[in-house]
Design a protein around this ligand. Sequence first.
Ligand code: F6P
Length: 359
Amino acid sequence: LKSIAVLTGGGDAPGLNAVIRAVVRTTIGYGFKVWGIKNGFGGMVENQIIEMTDDHVAGILPRGGTILGTTNRDNPFSYPQLQAGQTVYQDMSSQALANLQQRNIEALVVIGGDGSLKIASEFYQLGLPVVAVPKTIDNDIPGTERTFGFDTAVGVATDALDRLHTTAESHHRVMVLEVMGRYAGWIALHAGMAGGADCILLPEIPFNIDSVIAKIRQRQQRGRQFSLIVVAEGAYPLGGEVSVSRIVEGSHEKIRLGGAGEKLARQIETLIGVESRCTVLGHVQRGGTPTAFDRVLATRYGVAAAECLLEGVYGNMVALRKNEIIRVPIADIAGKANHITAENELLKAGRAIGICFGD
Ligand code: F6P
C-alpha cells in the first residue's frame, strides 16, 4: 500500500480526533501517503479530499468533534441531489470511488457508527479495501465491548446527576434526566448506576409507570422526599410508543427522538402531585474533550486500524474484547445493534441494590 484515506461518518463522538491522529501518525510512519476525506461520505462524493501531514494532527488529541468534519445525512448509495428544485436520491457510489482512484487511494479507514458501517460494508463488497473503527457515544455497536466516546458521555451524564441530586434534595422534587440512547440504554444504565439514580428507564425494557410511582412512594415512606430518574431518550411506557417527531425530506423520513423525560415528569406530577422537573442533556453528551479512557481507546483503535492496512487485512472493524484489541468482520455486524439483555451483569447489580427499571 502506498496511499490510504480516512473519514469520520455519522454523529460526532469525543475521541474522533484521537483516532485520526493515531491513524495518520502510524500510517505516515509506515511510509504511506495519507488523505483525509472531509465531511464524511458526502465529501467522498463531492471530492473534498485533502492530503494530511503530521501538522494536521498536532495538538488535536484532547479536542472534541472531528477536524475532518462529519455529517450523518450523506449516503453515496442514496445521495441527495437537487434536480429542478426537487431533492432526488441517486446512487453516487461510483463517483465516490472514482474520486479515490484519481488520487491512487488504495484503502479507506471509516471511523463511524451503525450507518457508516453499513456504507463501509457496501463499499467493501464493491471491492474497496476498508477498515472500520467503532464510534458512538451510545455503545451499541455489536462485536465490541466499547465504542470510544461512550465513557465521556457517561461522565457528563454522571456529573449532571450529581448536580441534580443536590437541587432535587433541597426542593423535595423528582428530577428526571433524559440522556441519549435511541435503541440501547447503555448511557442511561452506566450513568444511572454511577450517579445513584433511583429509577433507570431503558429502551430495552418498556416501563410500567406504576412501578416508577411505587418507587417514589417507597422512598417517601422512608423519609426521602426526592428521587432521581434517568431515562434514555428511546425509553417508552408499556403499551405506549417512543417519543418521536418525524421530518420528511424527499422520500427519506428522519426520526428525531426527544420528549420521553418531559412526558414522564408531567405524568408523575399529575399522578402523585410531587413537583417534577426534566433536564434533557442532549448534545452536551457528545461535545467537548474526551476522557483519558476514550483518548487511550481511540488511540489504540487508530493504531490497530493502521496495522490492518499494513498487513493488508480488510473488511474488519477493530474492536475491544477483554481489554484486547481484536478484529471483527464488518459483514457480521453491519445492520445489527448491541442491546442490554436481562443477563447483563450491571443490570443485575442495579436490581440487587434496589434500582427500579420500571418493570
Ligand atoms: O447515535 C448517536 C446519537 O448521539 C444518539 O444517541 C442520538 O439519538 C443521535 O445521535 C442524535 O443525532 P443528531 O445529532 O442527528 O440529533
